[in-house]
Design a protein around this ligand. Structure first.
Ligand SMILES: Cc1cc2nc3c(=O)[nH]c(=O)nc-3n(C[C@H](O)[C@H](O)[C@H](O)COP(=O)(O)O)c2cc1C
Length: 437
């Protein structure tokens, strides 16, 4: 009963998908929610209000002037947790976008100060029409969540976008929203209309300090490095670059100007992010130093798994197998420490420095040692000995430390959600540090 104690108002408009909303209401009630329903007059052409009354145990509000139901458009939303309008017709969407209040549903939406979710449902040409698109866009920019309609056969025989999302999917979104669960990145893309919603989990969107990242310049390093020993062989590690790419993508979406220095990975460059591709630790070092000394960066987040070592000598030709030898010696030397070098440059250029510690043992001790000896502002520790998180995994779990000590444990979650939470922490700490200066 995950929705026990949750009050949900469901609005039903006059669309062919109205019958599906009975299933949605049934699922919500079954999960313990207290559900009330508002229908438009047109909705009554498609389903009977008595069905909804039986499913919810409450009178259904239709007529704004009907005193018999004792429901009024101002008070009905006062104690709700969420208002879901499904199906949302082109007509009602237009009314909401204009702020009309000529029936119970539109007047209630106008008076509602709680989150409203819309599940548009209409013929594909009605949906693609510029008027509808503009209206939906307007509502999304005012904070409405738009649940992506499906593609496929329409009841009228046309094919295209506009089928209402399945009630089970709408239920899943509501559940995630009301229980503070997060949707996975894939679910997010699937359910929430990308054009209108940021691709983040919608809970995170509410939490993110949008404005604090606007106009901030952020440098991020990501991926592994390759240290060649001959033209075809190299030393590297399992880093996929996913954490750094997720941070870059989200920081950019939140208004930061992002440069990503990337080792060799197979990921697509995030939109609006300046990407510099490098191979070796030396190249990454040069690229980073060039960036921070030519422009003033506010923050650097070093997620790259830079090789600590490189070959003392790179052979010009492929090293041949020696049939007489069992053992080959490979001489290694230390690579330069990128984040430590940046953290110790002139104050004039020095950004706020966030390092990552990928450890397999003595976690906290190693992380705190790195934080102190490299002169970092923040360090993010993750356990790379586990196969379910860290290197090459879609999930991560981290512990964050500042100079003042332990800051936060971010439990196992998808890297994009973790990136959002981490950015929130970083920006918060960065802002406090600046305020203290
Ligand atoms: C059979 C039939 C199916 C309809 N289906 C839809 C629909 O799926 N989506 C929609 O936006 N309008 C649909 N309409 C048009 C709406 O019912 C009409 O625009 C109505 O004014 C909507 O009123 P409301 O937004 O107050 O519910 C349909 C009309 C008919 C006759």
């Amino acid at each position: 009963m995950q929705l026990h104690n949750k009050n949900i108002l469901v609005g039903i408009c006059g669309g062919i998908a109205a019958y599906k909303t009975c299933t949605l209401v049934r699922l919500l009630v079954k999960e313990g929610a207290n559900v009330k329903v508002i229908m438009t007059q047109a909705a009554c052409e498609f389903i009977n209000k008595n069905t909804l009354k039986a499913l919810t145990g409450h009178d259904v509000a239709i007529d704004i002037f009907d005193e018999a139901t004792n429901i009024d458009h101002i008070n009905i939303t006062k104690d709700i947790d969420l208002f879901v309008i499904a199906p949302a017709t082109a007509n009602s969407i237009a009314k909401l976008a204009c702020g009309l209040a000529d029936n119970m549903l539109s007047a209630t939406a106008l008076a509602c100060t709680k989150k409203i979710m819309l599940a548009p449902s209409m013929n594909c040409y009605m949906y693609e029409n510029a008027a509808t698109q503009e209206n939906i866009n307007k509502l999304a920019s005012r904070g409405y969540y738009i649940i992506r309609p499906g593609k496929g056969d329409m009841a009228c025989g046309d094919k295209g976008n506009g089928r209402m999302a399945e009630p089970e999917d709408i239920f899943k979104i509501i559940l995630a929203y009301l229980t503070n669960n997060v949707l996975t990145y894939q679910e997010n893309n699937l359910y929430l209309e990308q054009k209108y919603n940021n691709q983040l989990d919608f809970k995170e969107q509410l939490l993110l300090p949008n404005s604090k990242l606007t106009n901030k310049k952020i440098l991020i390093t990501a991926g592994p490095t390759r240290e060649y020993i001959d033209p075809v062989r190299y030393i590297s590690n399992e880093s996929s670059g996913k954490m750094g790419y997720a941070l870059a993508e989200i920081a950019s979406k939140l208004g930061a100007e992002v440069t990503l220095i990337s080792g060799p990975v197979t990921l697509k460059a995030p939109a609006n992010v300046k990407v510099r591709n490098v191979i070796s630790a030396d190249e990454m070092f040069d690229a980073c130093l060039r960036e921070v000394t030519s422009e003033k960066y506010d923050i650097i987040i070093a997620t790259a798994a830079v090789s600590d070592f490189k070959a003392c000598h790179i052979h010009d030709q492929k090293i041949k197998k020696n049939p007489l030898a069992d053992i080959y010696a490979l001489e290694l030397t230390n690579n330069k420490d990128i984040i430590a070098s940046i953290a110790n440059i002139d104050e004039e250029y020095r950004p706020y420095c966030v390092g990552f510690a990928a450890e397999t043992q003595n976690f906290e001790e190693n992380a705190l040692y790195k934080l102190a000896t490299k002169n970092l502002d923040l360090i993010v520790l993750n356990d790379v000995s586990r196969s379910d998180i860290g290197f090459n995994s879609d999930d991560n779990e981290v512990f964050v430390y500042s100079k003042e000590g332990f800051l936060e444990h971010l439990h196992k979650m998808p890297k994009n959600i973790l990136a959002a939470k981490l950015l929130e922490l970083i920006v918060e700490h960065y802002t406090n540090t600046k305020d203290d200066d």
